[in-house]
Design a protein around this ligand. Structure first.
Ligand SMILES: Nc1ncnc2c1ncn2[C@@H]1O[C@H](COP(=O)(O)OP(=O)(O)OP(=O)(O)O)[C@@H](O)[C@H]1O
Ligand SMILES: [Mg+2]
Length: 384
């Protein structure tokens, strides 16, 4: 009994077990990518982008095995060179299941570039391509063109998914790479791109700025939260599946407390489930809630440590639901600095995704961070 798997998963992507709802998003993404529409997927952190794309890929592989799928996470890639090498390697690997063909492709498809190939004893996991950086800078187009060339040669299509795409924008001379990617990728007929990432402001700046190359590259999907009713039935069913029980009221309390935020709903549901012997009680939800805040507090501490004093004060005013932030009274009460400080701090906090603006109103983007913040700075405990 003790070792039963939790029906609630967090901390990694969910694509099979633990995945719920998102039927329409899944359908739209699937159709776009199989019909050749490049798609950009944007949402705040941990709402479920990577999970959705993984789920879509599972379906794509099952229903359309002739389409080659490449899924790269650019989170830990820190230079353009690294990116191009990884891109080339993974495209080549996806193009065939026979590793001898990878070597052939690497020999055939580069004209200006001379790849340095390494193949280990276990080629599937130990195959890499290296390039000379000076050559690469001049001929990066050869790498960016690779999927289309391979697709034509192998008479197949590619879907290329790049997670944390905005990370590329932190590279030195990103503008060159950006221009070449856009110019080359938009002409490709057999390759469709799914570009997604969490830094909403960076992503929007890349894709929704008329003066940038990637403007109108494809369809932009702004991923929304999963609906409360869906969470409620998911929680009730998941308890039932593991021979436990939760009342509809308590099952509703979980997504309500967590404002339907995917990660936190799963985390709170998991802690509650873990504490529940047979039927969940309010006490258990309360304890689970405290545990969640506790578990995440190192993260929140780090978050506030990176803030200036006026930014911190700005957050305090928002936590207290103040609206007229530039009024003299509020400026003084919360020590927000000058009204120019307010304007600047607002933009910084929005960019950092700490706050959100909706209908002209500012609020915390992360519900659990807000609970923690109120406890930390105002001794306000949330009782449920
Ligand atoms: N469709 C879903 N059904 C149930 N839970 C989900 C779903 N999507 C996401 N989650 C929950 O949210 C968590 C975060 O999901 P995921 O990593 O896919 O989000 P993300 O938007 O890619 O996050 P990040 O911004 O950190 O890259 C998952 O670990 C899971 O607990
Ligand atoms: Mg992700």
């Amino acid at each position: 009994m003790e070792s039963e798997l939790s029906p609630f998963l967090f901390g990694r992507t969910v694509s099979n077990l633990g995945f719920t709802n998102r039927e329409q998003d899944l359908d739209k993404l699937y159709k776009n990518l199989t019909q050749g529409i490049n798609t950009m997927l944007i949402s705040p952190r941990r709402w479920g982008k990577s999970s959705l794309v993984e789920k879509m890929i599972l379906e794509l592989r099952r229903k359309n095995p002739e389409i080659k799928v490449v899924n790269l996470d650019l989170f830990s890639v820190s230079t353009e060179e690294e990116f191009l090498e990884m891109f080339a390697r993974e495209i080549i690997k996806a193009s065939s299941s026979v590793w001898q063909e990878w070597i052939q492709s690497a020999k055939d498809f580069f004209k200006q570039l001379t790849p340095i190939l390494t193949v280990g004893i276990d080629p599937i996991n130990d195959f890499s391509l290296g390039f000379d950086w000076n050559q690469l800078k001049k001929h990066r187009s050869e790498i960016l063109e690779l999927p289309e060339k391979l697709a034509i040669d192998k008479k197949c299509r590619f879907v290329v998914c790049l997670d944390e795409f905005q990370n590329l924008a932190t590279f030195k001379d990103f503008e060159f790479l950006e221009k070449s990617m856009r110019a080359i990728w938009q002409r490709q007929k057999s390759v469709t791109y799914c570009l997604y990432g969490s830094k909403r402001h960076m992503m929007t700046d890349i894709f929704n700025n008329p003066s940038k190359p990637f403007y109108r590259f494809g369809d932009i999907m702004l991923l929304q939260k999963i609906k409360r009713e869906k969470w409620i039935s998911f929680i009730i069913e998941s308890f039932a599946k593991t021979k436990k029980e939760i009342s509809p009221n308590l099952a509703e309390l979980i997504p309500t407390l967590m404002q339907d935020h995917s990660w936190y709903v799963q985390q709170l549901a998991h802690y509650t489930w873990q504490k529940t012997k047979r039927k969940a009680t309010k006490m258990e939800v309360q304890m689970a809630f405290s545990e969640l805040i506790e578990a995440n507090s190192p993260l929140y501490l780090r978050e506030v440590e990176g803030l200036s004093l006026t930014q911190l004060n700005f957050l305090k005013a928002i936590a207290k639901k103040e609206e007229k932030l530039s009024s003299m009274e509020i400026l003084l009460k919360y020590r927000l600095g000058t009204s120019a400080n307010v304007v600047k701090n607002k933009s910084i906090l929005l960019k950092a995704d700490l706050i959100d603006e909706f209908d002209g109103k500012l609020s915390f983007l992360d519900p659990a961070f807000e609970y923690w913040f109120l406890r930390q700075y105002f001794k306000q405990e949330k009782t449920i």
